[in-house]
Design a protein around this ligand. Structure first.
Ligand code: HEC
Length: 334
């Protein structure tokens, strides 16, 4: 792990290492969710025009911007780093950030910007970024950014993303409040409600709109999380990409999946999706044609986890199918 020097105080273990070593459960552990502020009063300068580069970057539609002047100056922003060929944890990070954005859906998009910067500009041009953005249904307000490798390197360095290998890149998001030069980092794997509150604390108007009553009425599906292991796992690790009975999202609708597929195959695709998808299995080939951009990530789940989550999916398939015409955001329960 390369520390980002003076900017990062409590360096968390990189998400990848945690996933490989201990599995998803460790990744979602509370310790990884602490907010770390790295532009505190004890440091000399706040991040701003004199610190952040103003180099050109290009978004998924091929539009060119000056990084600081056009994208950061005077704004509140959420920034993360990805690369589109990453099959492990970036898709889950992206999916969780989409969930976070939905939680902040009442904040006008002109007031809070989301940027995903590629760590693989050699491979990720605007076209690749566009496909990725479409797979996650990001919409026009969320910019995925690429540029000249040497320029992006400088931007990444300044933002404290200094991994040497792209697979090591950090999976935190940066939360920037340029008007006061304050930046912090947070994890997309913690309690997203807490992260959303932290983001809302940047603006008194956003804070007011987060009163419990508003949150409940904004999300008609508001439910208390039960202790059922399969449900908790589904909400944290699957709901960002799948629905049960509300149509395809990043991955297929899982309604009645146990009727369409054999149990052993389902256990394998949930616990070892990379192996199944790399095999010549005809179902895997068909799924690849339907979902060519983002692959189901290997989350390090055990067969018991797979059994628990399938149990929950089966119970959802049989019971509450929700009412038709609900928005995508309303189908995501967390
Ligand atoms: C980052 C997005 C993402 C996440 C997170 C994710 N999946 Fe998937 N899933 C996919 C995609 C995409 C496919 C289609 C296969 C492919 O191309 O990778 C898929 C396929 C599947 C299938 C096969 C469906 C069928 O019709 O045969 C099952 C079952 C499944 N996922 C269950 C899960 C479960 C359970 C979780 C949570 C533990 C989960 N997925 C998390 C994206 C995701």
């Amino acid at each position: 792990m390369h520390s980002a020097g003076k900017y990062v105080k409590n360096v968390a273990i990189p998400a990848m290492a945690v996933v490989i070593g201990f599995g998803l459960v460790a990744l979602l552990r509370p310790a990884a969710t602490e907010t770390t502020y790295f532009s505190s009063a004890s440091q000399d300068a706040r991040w701003g025009k004199s610190y952040l580069p103003n180099l050109p970057v290009v978004d998924q539609d091929g539009k060119v911007y000056r990084f600081y002047d056009d994208l950061i100056q005077g704004r509140k922003v959420i920034v993360n780093f990805v690369f589109t060929s990453c099959s492990a944890i970036c898709p889950l990070t992206m999916a969780r950030m989409v969930q976070l954005k939905e939680k902040l859906g009442d904040i006008p998009s002109k007031d809070l910007k989301f940027y995903s910067i590629t760590v693989d500009p050699e491979h990720d041009g605007p076209a690749e970024l566009k496909r990725y953005a479409d797979a996650f249904q990001l919409g026009p307000d969320w910019k995925m950014l690429t540029g000249k490798p040497e320029d992006l390197q400088i931007i990444r360095d300044k933002l404290g993303e200094r991994s040497r290998m792209k697979s090591e890149h950090r999976h935190e998001m940066l939360i920037g409040n340029d008007p006061i030069g304050d930046w912090s980092k947070d994890s997309a794997y913690g309690d997203l409600d807490r992260v959303a509150l932290n983001i809302r604390s940047m603006d008194p108007v956003w804070q007011r709109s987060s009163s419990p009553a508003t949150v409940r009425s904004a999300n008609s599906d508001f439910i208390d999380m039960s202790d059922t292991p399969g449900e908790a796992l589904y909400v944290k690790a699957c709901a960002s990409c799948h629905t049960v009975g509300h149509g395809d999202r990043v991955g297929p609708d899982l309604q009645d999946v146990s009727t369409r597929r054999d149990r052993a195959w389902l256990t394998r695709i949930i616990s070892r999706p990379d192996a199944v998808l790399a095999s010549n299995d005809p179902i895997a080939r068909e799924l690849k044609t339907r979902f060519p951009t983002v692959a189901m990530p290997n989350l390090g789940l055990s067969e018991q986890d797979a059994a628990d989550v399938l149990h929950y999916i089966d119970s959802k398939s049989g019971g509450d199918k929700g009412s038709p015409g609900k928005t995508l955001a309303a189908t995501i329960k967390q």
